[in-house]
Design a protein around this ligand. Structure first.
Ligand code: G3P
Length: 214
């Protein structure tokens, strides 16, 4: 499973990319708004920090507008993947963009049916929002598990990005389910590195080393 960061915060991406673990980044209008900057400012900076895909979302809700935005966004960098909402106009846009070789990430996916439609329209990636399903009492991880099963069963090449991840348990479970990618908020990514036994063990090693010099 590849690791993407789910943030538009350039400083956070730079900090974690230095660890060599971050392959790509996903953003959305809410994440961009949190930075107080514009999409046009942050996307080129993010593209300079990671090796892999960087999702930038359209804000049009009609096919024509989405396609026009997408064509503009991909001019920023060949790493840009256009994030398109899972609505009828969005799928029409995905079909047109796929024919032009423009990569898309169909977002706001909450059901197996939506996932199949996105894949059949030609999406490069599809993003099930697991935390938001949990929020309404459904099982977000189960959706990812079912998507992995169905995509394998029908040999669909669309990659699954587990999104709306809220905690380490989500990461562990989508990894076990076989998600291609997890897009992870900075806080959760930092937590993944930590274990009290690592700190305890390291302190003991250093103390034993010091004692061995006496
Ligand atoms: O990748 C999707 C993500 O940004 C949404 O996360 O926590 O707002 O549901 P959340």
């Amino acid at each position: 499973m590849k690791i993407f960061m789910d943030t538009a915060n350039v400083a956070e991406i730079a900090e974690m990319a230095a660890l060599g673990v971050v392959y790509g980044v996903t953003t959305n209008p809410s994440l961009i708004a949190k930075t107080g900057r514009t999409q046009a400012e942050v996307i080129p900076e993010i593209c300079a920090l990671v090796e892999g895909p960087v999702s930038a979302e359209v804000i049009s809700t009609d096919c024509e507008g989405m396609v026009a935005e997408a064509r503009k966004l991909v001019k920023i960098s060949d790493k840009v993947v256009v994030k398109i909402p899972c609505i009828a106009e969005g799928l029409k846009a995905v079909k047109i963009l796929a024919a032009e070789g423009i990569k898309t990430n169909v977002t706001l996916v909450f059901s197996l049916g939506q996932a199949l439609l996105a894949a059949r329209a030609g999406a490069t990636y599809v993003s099930p929002f697991i935390g938001r399903l949990d929020d309404i009492g459904e099982n977000g991880v189960a959706l990812v598990e079912n998507m992995v099963k169905v995509f394998r069963q029908y040999n669909l090449s669309t990659q699954i990005i587990a999104a709306s991840i809220r905690n380490m348990e989500h990461v562990d479970k989508v990894m076990l389910a076989g998600a291609d990618i997890a897009t992870i908020p900075t806080k959760v990514l930092k937590e993944m590195l930590l274990h009290p036994l690592t700190d305890k063990g390291l302190a003991q090693f250093l103390e034993d080393y010091k004692n061995s010099l006496k």
